[in-house]
Design a protein around this ligand. Structure first.
Ligand code: CP
Length: 305
């Protein structure tokens, strides 16, 4: 039985197969409409979510399966003190597969050790968000036609942003990837990712503070929200929250084929005047998230169509 804890759980070849399957699902949705008939997905969300929870649920419903779950710790027996390991033992009796989001790093890993069904990490604290990474990879491959040989700007909260951490782990496996890390000093990428992932693999990167300096040289810009929920005090968050605001004027500095991605939700970091720019790809990205999660559910349940 397989789980998904990190994008590294799939080899590059397996990721290609997963993305090919997502592409076929996009083209032939009717072929997959009953693939998961009789199967149940449980969504165990101890933290708020719109896209990740509902796109997993949409994915299972599109495959003809059923869904159940909770959307906050308060509405589950976690509020009475139940452990993650006991909860997953319970869910293993009710569902065939589950997606778990938890504020504590490693909680889905604890779950998978006590689970008899596949567990998908739907985001654990500031650590990883592998299904967002699968979404991002599919989006980049669909827009650019390939995944290597490009300069990618990662902008915003690189310290707490788990989507960025997962994406870096996944992208360093492709040749010719260069990163420009765009963040204020206090929100720089954690040292362990710089040393254990980037330096170890000799991946070229630079760190800059000004978005305007980076924009002319990027093939792709990945914007992120400042992660309010991970700050220890409100004052620091307020000081940082509007550090970057990408607007139509700044987009004039960017190449004509530089796509803008964002895992969403956005707050102020992308002005709505960018939404109509053909390079704004963050809403298309959400749709790719459904196709790749359909492909993931089929793969983890070992269902061949
Ligand atoms: N991208 C993402 O994780 O969005 P949600 O928090 O809405 O699930």
């Amino acid at each position: 039985m397989r789980h998904l804890m990190s994008p590294m759980d799939f080899s590059v070849e397996e990721l290609e197969k997963l993305m090919d399957l997502a592409g076929d699902i996009e083209k032939n949705p009717e072929k997959y409409a009953h693939a998961c008939a009789g199967k149940k997905l449980a969504t165990l969300f101890y933290e708020p979510s719109t896209r990740t929870r509902l796109s997993h649920e949409a994915a299972m419903l599109n495959l003809g399966g059923s869904i159940m779950g909770f959307s906050s710790a308060d509405s589950s027996s976690a509020s009475k003190g139940e452990s993650v390991s006991d909860t997953i033992r319970t869910i293993s009796c009710y569902a065939d597969i589950c997606a778990m989001r938890h504020p504590k790093e490693g909680a889905p890993m604890v779950a998978c050790r006590h689970s008899s069904i596949p567990v998908i990490n739907a985001g654990d604290g500031g650590h990883q968000h592998p299904t967002q990474t699968l979404t991002d990879l599919l989006t980049i491959r669909s827009l650019k036609g390939h995944l290597g040989n490009m300069t990618i700007g990662l902008c915003g909260d690189l310290k707490f942003g788990r989507t960025v951490h997962s994406l870096i782990h996944a992208l360093v496996r492709y040749p010719g990837i260069r990163f420009v890390m765009i963040s204020p000093e206090e929100l720089r990428l954690p040292g362990y990712i710089r040393s254990d992932v980037l330096d170890k693999k000799n991946v070229p990167y630079e760190e800059v503070v000004r978005l305007e300096d980076a924009l002319p040289n990027l093939d792709l810009l990945y914007m992120t929200r400042v992660q309010k929920e991970r700050f220890f005090n409100e004052e620091d968050y307020v000081r940082m929250k509007d550090f970057y605001i990408l607007d139509a004027k700044k987009m004039e500095l960017a190449p004509k084929d530089m796509y803008v991605l964002h895992p969403l939700p956005r707050v102020n970091e992308i002005s709505v005047d960018v939404d109509s720019d053909p390079r704004a790809a963050y809403f298309r990205q959400m749709q790719y998230g459904v196709y790749i999660r359909m492909a993931l559910i089929l793969t983890l349940l070992e269902i061949n169509v």
